[in-house]
Design a protein around this ligand. Structure first.
Ligand SMILES: Cc1ncc(COP(=O)(O)O)c(C=O)c1O
Length: 438
């Protein structure tokens, strides 16, 4: 034993000496595949099609630094002080104006500012889910949400999507199955626009049907919409919340339309839920950071934020085009992928027998990174899928990354044809319907 180190307990062989102490819910807290990849994918020689980091290069940094300085000078004693758990009142009003673009007519009192929409996800799960409660989520779904649901010991059941988003028939079937098993479904978690990771959008004519099905089954809808204003043709789809104010909690964020590092998001809840949400927010963080809220508020008041979003849209459109044309040009036969009209992500399905997780080290060796599909399912599906992000690398790097990925895949398929599936491939999980447009 080295001096200063705690003595090893007899028989304690675990690497983590606290293993026996953790609450049961900690067992569901594991590193996501995205996080595990982060270190390796951020090496400069690797083209990362893995991360979902927004590209902030187009932000007016000089203007922002002047504004931040003036906030500290003019309102420093407020900006650096605790605030209300509910959020800064002016910002809440401004957020309502932002949501009005999607047809939402919420009242600022029913809106809670959070530390990113990730915190809002945590709060809604905290106030609604007991261990074992069922949460329905699209298959595949956002990794961060799956992590939150797991940490509250919710039982996630995936609902299939196609190229038009969540399939209403599959939703009915999932609700019927839960009912038959005598299980309680607490909410449907959906990302209707430019979904993470699938890149598909829920067809407008499906939205009312999805809401109707949930209302009939007395199931709340959590609408997570961080990408809604990033439609590449400037199109804005009507929010689910605009169609049903009583049964939808809308989660929004400035992470993709302004600055992710400020960590400003929000939840707009039905009036009856608002108080619990504020109490939960208070117990989680006392209040969201006042300075950051004032920065967002000042930005909305003084900058052409809609023009800024337009420039983000065209930057991401160019990157999406580079990714899609690279895929068309280089991918071997048998690969299919989605064609997003907004957001950050393409979802690709590879030929039968290829395991995207087993292939990942070879891809990184070839200096390209992606996220294997299994990370986006709570139940082991997704071994033939991968998420490709086009948000961060410039177009020419994206093209190079796709070329590298295509040669890794081509080699993998040749190996497969010659030697059959490797052990790891044959151990991969079963497949589920995924949103292919092919
Ligand atoms: C679908 C979805 N929801 C929520 C978040 C969390 O965003 P925020 O930065 O607002 O916490 C993300 C981030 O990538 C996301 O993709």
């Amino acid at each position: 034993m080295t001096p200063g180190q705690p003595p090893e307990r007899l028989g304690a062989r675990s690497l983590d000496p606290h293993l026996q102490r953790y609450a049961a819910r900690a067992a569901g807290m594991t590193a996501s595949e995205v996080r595990a990849l982060f270190a390796v994918a951020s090496r400069p020689e690797v083209v990362s099609l893995a991360g979902g980091m927004p590209n902030l290069a187009a932000l007016p940094l000089d203007f922002l630094s002047e504004q931040v300085a003036s906030i500290i000078t003019d309102e420093g004693l407020t900006a650096l002080q605790y605030g209300s758990a509910h959020g800064v009142p002016l910002l809440r009003e401004q957020i309502c104006e932002v949501m009005a673009l999607e047809g939402v007519t919420g009242h600022p009192d029913d809106l809670v500012v959070t530390v990113g929409s990730q915190m809002a996800l945590d709060l809604v799960t905290r106030i609604f889910c007991d261990p074992g409660d069922i949460v329905l989520a699209e298959g595949p779904s956002y990794v961060g949400a799956l992590g939150t649901f797991a940490s509250y010991q919710a039982d996630v059941r995936h609902v299939a999507m196609d190229e038009h988003g969540l399939v209403p028939e599959a939703l009915r079937a999932a609700l019927g199955a839960a009912q038959q098993a005598g299980r309680r479904v607490k909410f449907l978690y959906t990302i209707p626009n430019f979904q993470n990771p699938a890149g598909v959008t829920m067809a407008v004519n499906r939205r009312a049907e999805v809401l109707d099905i949930c209302a009939r089954h007395d199931v709340l809808v959590i609408e997570d919409n961080p990408y809604g204003l990033l439609g590449f043709d400037g199109q804005i789809y009507p929010a689910l919340r605009s169609m049903d104010a009583d049964n939808v909690i809308y989660l929004g964020s400035f992470s993709k339309t302004f600055a992710s590092g400020l960590r400003v998001g929000w939840a707009l809840a039905p009036h009856a839920v608002r108080e619990k949400l504020v109490l939960a927010a208070e117990s989680a963080s006392l209040c969201p950071p006042t300075l950051n809220q004032l920065i967002v508020s000042r930005y909305l008041a003084t900058h052409d934020w809609k023009g800024q979003i337009k420039s983000f849209q065209s930057m991401y459109r160019e990157r999406r085009d580079a990714l899609l044309s690279g895929l068309e040009q280089h991918m071997p036969p048998g690969c299919t992928w989605t064609r997003p009209d907004g957001g950050f992500f393409v979802w690709m399905t590879v030929p039968e027998g290829v395991d995207t997780k087993a292939m990942q080290p070879r891809a990184v060796t070839a200096r390209v990174a992606y996220v294997p599909g299994t990370g986006f399912y709570a139940d082991g599906f997704g071994s033939r899928q991968m998420r490709l992000s086009f948000c961060y690398p410039p177009p020419e790097r994206i093209s190079e990354g796709v070329r590298r990925l295509a040669s890794v895949l081509t080699e993998e398929i040749e190996l497969l044809n010659t030697f059959g599936p490797s052990t790891s491939r044959s151990l991969s999980g079963p497949q589920t319907p995924t949103p292919d447009t092919a």
